[in-house]
Design a protein around this ligand. Structure first.
Ligand code: GDP
Ligand code: MG
Length: 439
C-alpha cells in the first residue's frame, strides 16, 4: 500500500464514522494505486464511484480503524469485480473435452497448453496436445518438446497443413484412442489481425471446442485489455489464463480483462516450468493489486479463528499477568493457522516490526515448541522464572531438544509478554477484543 494511503489511514483513525472528505482523500490514493497496477482507466473510474458510495457514512467495525475499513471495502469490491469465487474449468458431458488455446504470439499458449495438460492429468484425465501452429516449424517442435517432457502425447501433422484439418483429425484420433481431453495449441500473431481471427473461427466452427481459453501476458498491462476485448468480440472466449504473473507486474490486467470481457480468469501462470499453473484466486489478486500482501484476509481470518469467550478469558489473564506458557502454546497454534506470525502481529497498531523478527515458526519448530512445553511441569509452565539451569537441562532431555532450544523458546515467550504489557497500556484492548489475542 502506498505510503500516503497508510498515512491517511493513520489520520482518520479513531473516528466512528467515515466522512466524505476522508473517502475523497483515500480514493485519490486508491485510484493511483490501481492505475499504477495497470488497471484500465475506465475501469478505475467506475470502480472508484462504487467504492465511494459504499464507504461514505459506513459505520466502522469495532475491530478495524476507519482507514482499514475503507481499504477493506476497496478490497471486497475488487474481489467482487473479479468474480467472488474461483472460476473452474469445465468438462464436456460427452468426452473428449476440447479446449482451444488462443492468444497473441509470445503470450504463452504453447507453454500453457503443456501446463494445463499436466494439471488435468494430475486430476486423472488423459490429455492429448495438438499442434495447430503450422507457420513456424519451431512451433510444432516446441510443443513436441513440452509433450515429451511431460510424457503426454502430441498430435501433429508438421507444417504446411490446414490447421482446421489438423484439429479435426486430432479430435477424431482422441475419440478412437480414448483421450478425454484435447488441448489445441493455435498460432498467434504479434497483433490481432483479420486473417488470424478467420483461421481461429474456422477451427472453432470445425471442432466446436468446449472452452476457448484466451492466454494473456499479464506484463503487457493496458494492451492486455484491448487484446481480450478483440478476441472476445470477434471469436468469443470462455475464460482467460493470465501468464507471467511471476514477474513484478501488479496484475491490474486481471481486473481490467474481467471487467471488459465479463469472462472469468481461470488460471494464472506463475513461471516457465510446466508445474507453474495455478487456479485464479480473486482475493489474492485483489491484495496483489492493492499491493498489501494478505493483510486483509489475515484480519478476517483472525476474527473468525478466535472464539470470543476464549479471547475474553485470555484478556483477563493477561491483565492479571497470568499469561502462561500454556496460553502461549495455544496462541501459537491458533496463529499458525493464519499464516506467518510476524505478518499477523505487524498489522496491529503500535507493533514494532523489529521486535517481531525471529518469531515465526515453521512446522518443525512448532513441534519442538510443543515438545518443550509439554516436558515442563505445570508449576514451571505457570511460572517460568523458576527454570534454572538443571531444570532446563532436564526439559531439553525430555523433549529431545537442546538447552539452546529451550532458551530460545523462553526468550520468545518473554518477548511476547513484553508486547502484551505494551499493548495493555495502549488502545490495544480494543484490538484484543476484536482479535482475541495477545497480538
Ligand atoms: P506462445 O507464442 O503463445 O505459444 O508462447 P510460448 O508458450 O512460446 O511462451 C513464450 C515465452 O513465455 C516462453 O519463453 C515461455 O517460457 C514464457 N512463459 C510462458 N508462460 C510463462 C509464465 O507464466 N511465466 C514466465 N516467467 N514465463 C512464461
Ligand atoms: Mg506457441
Amino acid at each position: 500500500l502506498s505510503e500516503k494511503l497508510q498515512n491517511l489511514m493513520k489520520k482518520i483513525k479513531g473516528q466512528a464514522r467515515i466522512t466524505e472528505k476522508d473517502v475523497k482523500e483515500m480514493m485519490r490514493e486508491v485510484k493511483l494505486a490501481l492505475l499504477e497496477a495497470d488497471v484500465n482507466f475506465k475501469v478505475v473510474k467506475e470502480f472508484i464511484n462504487t467504492i465511494s458510495e459504499r464507504a461514505v457514512g459506513s459505520e466502522v467495525l469495532e475491530s478495524l480503524t476507519p482507514g482499514q475499513q475503507v481499504v477493506k471495502i476497496v478490497h471486497e469490491e475488487l474481489i467482487r469485480l473479479m468474480g467472488s469465487t474461483p472460476a473452474k474449468i469445465t468438462f464436456s458431458p460427452a468426452p473428449p473435452t476440447v479446449y482451444m488455446m488462443v492468444g497473441l504470439q509470445g503470450s504463452g499458449k504453447t507453454t500453457t497448453s503443456g501446463k494445463l495438460a499436466n494439471l488435468l492429468r494430475k486430476d486423472g484425465k488423459k490429455p492429448l496436445l495438438v499442434a495447430c501452429d503450422v507457420y513456424r516449424p519451431a512451433a510444432v517442435k516446441q510443443l513436441q518438446v513440452v509433450g515429451s517432457q511431460l510424457n503426454i502425447p502430441v498430435f501433429e501433422m508438421g507444417t504446411g497443413q490446414d490447421p482446421v484439418d489438423i484439429a479435426r483429425k486430432a479430435v477424431e484420433h482422441a475419440k478412437s484412442m480414448q483421450f478425454d481431453v484435447v488441448i489445441i495449441d493455435t498460432a498467434g500473431r504479434l497483433h490481432v489481425d483479420a486473417e488470424l481471427m478467420e483461421e481461429l473461427k474456422r477451427i472453432k466452427q470445425s471442432v466446436k471446442p468446449h472452452e476457448i481459453l484466451l492466454v494473456v501476458d499479464a506484463m503487457t498491462g493496458q494492451d492486455a485489455v484491448n487484446v481480450a476485448g478483440s478476441f472476445n468480440d470477434q471469436l468469443g472466449i470462455d475464460g482467460i489464463i493470465l501468464t507471467k504473473l511471476d514477474g513484478d507486474t501488479r496484475g491490474g490486467a486481471a481486473l481490467s480483462t474481467k471487467a471488459v470481457t465479463g469472462k472469468p480468469i481461470k488460471f494464472v501462470g506463475m513461471g516457465e516450468k510446466l508445474n507453474d499453473l495455478e487456479p485464479f484466486y480473486p482475493d489474492r489478486m485483489a491484495s496483489r493489486i492493492l499491493g498489501m500482501g494478505d493483510v486483509l484476509s489475515l484480519i478476517e481470518k483472525a476474527q473468525e479463528a478466535f472464539d470470543e469467550k476464549k479471547a475474553l478469558e485470555l484478556e483477563k489473564k493477561m491483565r492479571s499477568q497470568q499469561f502462561t506458557l500454556d496460553d502461549f502454546l495455544e496462541q501459537m497454534q491458533q496463529l499458525k493457522k493464519m499464516g506467518p506470525l510476524s505478518q499477523v502481529l505487524s498489522m496491529l497498531p503500535g507493533m514494532d516490526a523489529k521486535a517481531l523478527k525471529g518469531i515465526d515458526m515453521d512446522d518443525k519448530q512448532m513441534a519442538r515448541t510443543l515438545a518443550i512445553i509439554q516436558s515442563m511441569t505445570p508449576q514451571e509452565r505457570a511460572n517460568p522464572s523458576i527454570l534454572n539451569a538443571s531444570r532446563r537441562q532436564r526439559i531439553a532431555r525430555g523433549s529431545g531438544t537442546s538447552v539452546t532450544d529451550v532458551n530460545r523458546l523462553l526468550k520468545q515467550f518473554e518477548e511476547v509478554q513484553k508486547m502484551i504489557k505494551a499493548l495493555q497500556g495502549k488502545k490495544g484492548s480494543r484490538w484484543m477484543k476484536g482479535l482475541g489475542g495477545f497480538r
